[in-house]
Ligand binder design. Structure first.
Ligand SMILES: Cc1ncc(COP(=O)(O)O)c(C=O)c1O
Length: 401
């Protein structure tokens, strides 16, 4: 089949006829990207502050990843996990060395799969003691498959697909006493995002993560951190937990892990990881050489271009802009920033702001109805930040309170 060059209108008509309509889409068809720029089929250029829904941590088509994939695709695309490959082994080493606990990795293809693996690993660890329940938190988002979806403590995502999986108990995000209350003799783990992403860019309150670690130690539970959105340097450290003073037992990753190529995984303490024995879990495409090479190139880019430090600078620049905006725009009620993870809480629905920005050539996201969410590339320039913030500011100031 040949690839034709179709207009946006033609592509949209085709998609509406043949692609299942489970996404809300804007009537824009993107064809090409470079860094924080992306172009549609008519050649219109957009500044992208939400590249790849968090997967484009290095922007669109980062050169080292393009090169690594081009080299690897001609060498070996995929082999099953019955064989060893160098990219997978090197990647596991690199991820493990970046934890402070000698983590060992399992690879899959998405965030929800990474969390399914973590849930199974926690249950496998708890099984000999009759423990299988997992505590998760209100406002969380862990994915769309049934285990990760049950872990996601938001009824709106459960509606229509119940019954959910047994063995999940929910507590309020930030409520340490509430978490303690739902732990019982059958609980095997606590699972949470250190900064809730979809839930509205909500960092764990002071002392909460350390308190959960203490609870886990007291009750013999595993602490699972979902770093699908926060991981890989977005917040200024390789893993977001490194901003705090504790260590998790399992970290789950996806999104930015392979610089935009589909990949997920978990990194676990060796004594926990050992329960994932042959036959207990698998993913056919997991850790394939193409994705693993892309992930290695992602780590290399972050390291060689000093992007962990840059994430912090990016955060400061956005924070300053939005705090200044809050002073003059009553619609802005809160600004939450950790590196290149930015949430601007509004007193009104954010959808018209997203639409207004799109019309002015800026792509952003709104989550939880009222939180503008930006996950800009770590390669975004100061000028791009200023230009994009000017657009957001103009759109917000043009709205009536
Ligand atoms: C924290 C978190 N966990 C899990 C997921 C699910 O990832 P995926 O869509 O790759 O399955 C997401 C997706 O937004 C997420 O933000």
């Amino acid at each position: 089949m040949t690839t034709e060059t179709l207009s946006s209108e033609q592509i949209i008509a085709l998609a509406k006829k043949y692609v299942i309509g489970n996404y809300t889409r804007y009537p824009v068809c993107l064809v090409r990207g470079s860094g924080s720029w992306v172009w549609d089929a008519e050649g219109n250029r957009y500044l992208d502050f939400f590249p790849g829904w968090g997967c484009g941590l290095l922007g669109h088509c980062p050169p080292r990843i393009v090169q690594a994939v081009q080299e690897q695709v001609a060498l070996l695309i995929h082999v099953p996990n019955t064989w060893y490959t160098e990219p997978q082994a090197l990647l596991a080493q690199a991820l493990g060395e970046r934890t402070d606990f000698g983590g060992m990795s399992f690879f899959c293809n998405s965030g929800t799969e990474a969390n399914e693996a973590a849930i199974k690993l926690a249950r496998l660890n708890g099984k000999p003691k009759g423990k299988y329940k997992i505590v998760t938190f209100t406002g969380s988002f862990h994915g769309r498959t049934m285990g990760a979806l049950t872990a996601t403590a938001q009824p709106k995502y459960h509606a229509g697909v119940e019954p959910m999986l047994p063995g999940f108990n929910y507590a309020g995000f930030g409520d340490l006493d509430g978490a303690a209350k739902v732990i019982d003799g059958e609980t095997c783990a606590i699972m949470l995002e250190p900064i809730q992403g979809e839930g509205g860019v909500n960092p764990a309150p002071t002392g909460f993560l350390e308190g959960l670690r203490e609870l886990c130690d007291k009750h013999g539970l595993l602490l699972i951190l979902d770093e699908v959105q926060t991981g890989m340097g977005r917040t200024g450290t390789w893993y977001a937990y490194q901003h705090w003073n504790f260590k998790p037992d399992i970290i789950t990753l996806a999104k930015a892990l392979a610089g935009g190529v589909a990949m997920g995984g978990l990194v676990a303490k060796p004594e926990v990881a050992e329960k994932l024995k042959p036959g207990t879990h698998a993913a056919t495409f997991g850790g394939n050489p193409l994705a693993a090479r892309a992930a290695l190139a992602t780590l290399e880019t972050i390291e060689q271009e000093g992007l962990l430090e840059r994430a912090t600078q990016i955060g400061e620049r956005f924070r300053n802009r939005f705090l200044a905006l809050k002073e003059k725009c009553p619609l802005v009620t809160d600004v939450r920033v950790k590196g290149a993870m930015i949430g601007v809480e509004l007193s009104v629905e954010g959808a018209p702001v997203v639409q207004g920005c799109l019309e002015k050539g800026l792509l952003i996201n709104c989550t939880h109805q009222t939180v503008l969410r930006l996950l800009p590339a770590l390669t975004v320039s100061d000028e791009q930040i200023e230009d994009g913030c000017d657009i957001i500011e103009n759109v917000l100031l043009s709205l009536k309170a």
